[in-house]
Design a protein around this ligand. Sequence first.
Ligand code: HEC
Length: 196
Amino acid sequence: MRSNGFVLGAVLTTALGLVFSTVSAESKAAESHLAIPAETVADYLHAVIEADRTVYTVHVVERLQKKGKIVASEDWRTSHTLPLPAQFLRESSELAALTGSKVRYRLVGLWPINPQNAPTTESERQGLEEVQRHPEQRHSGVISVGGTQYFQAIYADRAVAQACIGCHNAHPRSPKRDFKANDVMGAIVIEIPLSD
Ligand code: HEC
């Protein structure tokens, strides 16, 4: 009886061991084949970047501006105002880069207040025009910068808050002053390196 119990225990232990080693071998194999398409990664990143900036614009900038508490302005570091939503995006992108992440993201526009935010290449301009016409679709392609290939995705950037339109239409350096709610004001460009 005792020896039967011992044999049963040994068999069970061996069987469980086999099951677990098979499972862990399978998950290791699955891990080594794990690959998410670059366009899916770009879509995930875009969802997070856009959500963060919208929350900042609607619940911080617009809310405090409406209450007359504080405004957003370019010289926020010295004038005790809030960073502009565009500066918020640039600051967070620069901070992310400091972690060693090679993903890059920035705002561009066909009517830029800041000339540095104009499209940098002809293909980027075409991408911007494309998302202007079809804002619901991402425009994407592969680009080469300094010998590194990047997957580049361009997403329409819409006027999601009254503050977006109010500020751009009134800004002295804005080349366009008739933005309306939900208009495409520019684009968010995300670039993901295709090698480590
Ligand atoms: C208080 C003013 C203000 C608000 C609010 C504002 N912007 Fe801007 N935006 C600017 C300024 C100024 C720049 C240029 C800043 C820079 O690059 O340093 C800019 C840059 C941009 C750019 C890049 C092209 C360009 O014009 O230089 C886009 C696209 C853009 N904003 C869209 C938006 C959207 C969409 C919103 C709302 C979610 C918004 N902005 C809210 C003032 C504002």
